[in-house]
Design a protein around this ligand. Structure first.
Ligand code: THU
Length: 198
């Protein structure tokens, strides 16, 4: 709604007794890498380590498998586990638009259903054939940031989020805590996830 109103919406969080109140803006809570910042944040593909390079390649390849008849937007994501396994997937759309699943969550689900939860990095790459240029790197949506954050609690690692365009000319790397500061997590629910499933 901040895009609609043209206003960086103020978010006021309070305990019911109003003893603890925090005021932020939505851009602080869900940082977007604005176009004008992008050029200074980009890193050269020459500076990637082999794991980062392979992960980006897996994400770029996965994007081609997108099921996207509604948006024509191709997104690929690949997760890396601590033991070195890679799981890649793409976005799967639906006529009921809200039932669409993003590439990031598909890749995390694939890892989880293969018994791999120890995620330390995720690469994301997107493109659209209808865009004149495909130079934009792929910032994960808010829902995917939340799901990546959950997996960071599981692995005990501030998951590295590697965002790249198809050409690898525009690569940016952030951690999930940078992309989703003040996240809602298991501690808010007083749940110890180390105890495992109930
Ligand atoms: N999409 C993703 O796969 N990941 C994101 O983080 C943002 C959006 C997909 C969902 C939908 O298929 C298309 O991109 C357009 O929103």
């Amino acid at each position: 709604m901040a895009q609609v109103s043209g206003c960086d919406i103020e978010v006021i969080g309070s305990t019911t007794d109003k003893d603890h109140i925090a005021v932020s803006t939505i851009e602080q809570l869900l940082p977007l890498r604005k176009k004008e910042y992008r050029s200074v944040e980009l890193i050269s593909s020459d500076n990637l380590n082999p794991d980062q390079h392979n992960l980006i390649e897996a994400a770029i390849a996965a994007a081609d498998t997108a099921y996207n008849p509604y948006s024509g937007y191709f997104v690929g994501a690949a997760v890396l586990t601590r033991s070195g396994s890679v799981f890649a997937a793409s976005n799967v759309e639906n006529a009921a638009y809200g039932s669409t699943i993003c590439a990031e969550r598909m890749a995390i689900g694939k890892a989880n259903s293969s018994g791999a939860r120890d995620i330390i990095a995720i690469a994301i790459s997107s493109r659209s054939d209808s865009f004149e240029k495909n130079e934009v790197t792929s910032d994960p949506c808010g829902t995917c940031r939340q799901v990546i954050y959950e997996m960071a609690q599981v692995s005990g690692c501030d998951i590295e989020v590697i965002m790249s365009d198809k050409s690898k000319d525009n690569i940016a790397i952030k951690s999930i805590e940078q992309l989703l500061p003040y996240a809602f997590g298991p501690t808010q629910l007083h749940i110890d996830i180390a105890k495992g499933n109930p």
